[in-house]
Design a protein around this ligand. Sequence first.
Ligand SMILES: Nc1nc2c(ncn2[C@@H]2O[C@H](COP(=O)(O)OP(=O)(O)OP(=O)(O)O)[C@@H](O)[C@H]2O)c(=O)[nH]1
Length: 429
Amino acid sequence: MAFFSKLKEKLFKSSSKIEEGLDAIVEDGGEPDRPSEQPEPRPEVPQPPAPEPPASPPELPEPEPETQPQPVELPEPETVPVPEHVPSPDPAPRPEPMPVPAPGPEPRPEPEPLPDPMPADPTPGIPPAEIPPQGGGLLNRLFKRGAAAPVMRRTLDDDMLEQLEELLISADMGVDTALRVTANMAEGRFGKKLSTDEIKSLLAQEVTRIMEPVAKPMPIYPKRPQVVLVVGVNGSGKTTTIGKLASQFKAAGKKVVIAAGDTFRAAAVEQLQVWGDRAGVPVLTAPEGSDPASLAFDAMARAQEEGADLLMIDTAGRLQNRADLMEELAKIVRVIRKKDETAPHNTLLVLDATTGQNALSQVEIFRKISDVSGLVMTKLDGTAKGGVLVALADRFGLPIHAIGVGEQIDDLAPFDPEDFAAALTGLDA
Ligand SMILES: Nc1nc2c(ncn2[C@@H]2O[C@H](COP(=O)(O)OP(=O)(O)OP(=O)(O)O)[C@@H](O)[C@H]2O)c(=O)[nH]1
């Protein structure tokens, strides 16, 4: 419970861009749900000489609370699943890209046609009801959020769709995915008036639908040691993720060994040792500049001797010379296969969510130079645009095993599509 509220709080930053954008889009060109209850003063109607105001202002019915069902049902928060919860070996084929258009959510009932916003014959002398100014900036919206703000609705038309597309693209969802998502949202709803919450719900449903097939924990194989090769560009969070994963596996009763395969940077080795100490897991190192493949071979031998369940191999992330890196990774794979020809059993690509669309080209590159089997997306706590995960899922369909939401050892969470979609869109859980 506590963990998930922490996760939501941390993911808030990534929700803010889309959430604020959706609020603004509906307000831009939208109108309050029940404008007949909030008559504007009609300037051309002559006002009689100021009579005494009535003892009490006319009672306006409360704006009707929104009764739209929330289609996204968030599961009960749970604690961090430990690797034991991981399903048994499941080298399942990668999910097919999502078909378009997919069956969208149930069409919502069309809202009642709005009555004429001007009463035909307003009673003279009664002061107009005070209504908060519509539209305006963020502060305005924030204030209205706290009070019983009228529900805004906007007709889903071409203009609105274009604005939605732009918003999703600006949140790093990528052009193709943004177009597909908005097309699915509009299907069967074009010309209908939708509230902000309805739009958020629709978007959350679309995001969940794309993300569900890729939300898979790292598969565990009945192999000892199971070899996990960790790849990714420098600074993406490989070391931190290895430390967090090692800690979770250890807590689940697994015997873990780490190999510091980035032998080119002494600082990288030291950092991994720090994480190994934190997780209580041995870290095998080699002198700076030595052959990473030879270290991987020694680590494999030691992990086998010690009966380790898991060997996690860190690697260098220098993309400046792609050919060298490719050769280095290929050599690591060659030598560990001398000990176990089925290794490595997982090749995790660690991506930094704050790099936005760049993450897409990193996947393309690493898929060419290694056999990427799954993704870990780090630093989701540090971006206002988590949409890149949706683009990744939509384009590549690679499993997303976990997300990093901070720098502490327990800041690695399994990827939950519904929670993610709710956080991304600002939908209340
Ligand atoms: N906020 C946040 N910071 C993270 C997360 N994961 C990693 N970091 C930080 O990102 C920085 C780089 O992380 P590393 O684990 O060193 O990345 P690396 O890929 O091993 O980098 P090299 O050692 O240079 O190859 C560190 O300052 C980490 O604390 C995360 O999920 N959230």
